[in-house]
Design a protein. Sequence first.
Length: 349
Amino acid sequence: MKLNSGPARTIFPFTALVGQESMKQSLVLNAINPAIGGVLIRGEKGTAKSTAVRALARLLPEFEVVADCRYGCPPDQPEVQCADCRARVAAGEALPRTRRQMRVVELPINASEDRVVGTIDIEAAIKQGERRFEPGVLAEANRNILYVDEVNLLDDHLVDVLLDAAAMGVNVVEREGISVWHPSRFILVGTMNPEEGELRPQLLDRFGLCVDVRGLRSVEERVEIVHRRELFEEDPDAFVETYEEPEQAEAERIAAAIANLPGVEVDRQVLVAIAALGIELDVDGHRADLVTRKAAQALTAYEGRPRVGLKEIELVAPTVLAHRVKPSAQGGQRTVNIGEILRNAVGGD
């Protein structure tokens, strides 16, 4: 695949980011399988969170959209199209096509509910019988990445709205007995600094993955970060060109993983291990099991293997469980050997 060119070339390359491997892996896995449910990145400012999100978008494959659809519907998938596109197809119209790069849509911290979900012109509906809808951020985010900085500072109701849309793939707006819906399928990335307040546990659980990030503590890595950033600021085009080959390789790897994901096998033994892990760690509900399966399957596709194994579960489990494992009675997070729990569950060595 060909990487996005033009102004986007001055985006800092994904493969040039130093460290933060868990954050980068979580973003890539959600790109491969958005059904994972997004990722919450907790931690200090200045740890490349927004940089990583924008850099990832440049690596993702272009996709077909209906050229004149404000939601960017896929031309050949009626089950995820808006009502207008479905009606046009039903009337025998050939939908115009074009290709588009995935974008990062940012939600302003002070956004109102109407700005997020969109607004219905009630007056036009009552007086003229017309259903006029002004789309919001959730419409713009369809088939893109929705980036919410400082998600913990948003009103809980707005966070609920975002998570509902992410889970259902649809945004429904109801005002005065009038209802409008449109597709809203996106990769949700939220960031927060825990020192500025926490999310309610019910909201935390609905993020598929959670990563805790902090500034790197290695002198060599910190020096390398400064060195690469200075080179980028001095000549962005030259710096990006230096990483063109690894960027191309990463883009092709992600595209191949997306294509191969449906064929990755998940044996019952793997599901047994996932279930045993959730029971052993006393995790509430079943969402953790579902997310672990999806994330492990995405990682297996990314690694180019045909079947999920215990290794993949062990690698994704920390980010699935980071916000779901209850603190120990003595306080703080429990220390567990995930690999040992998994092997015992299936009678392995």
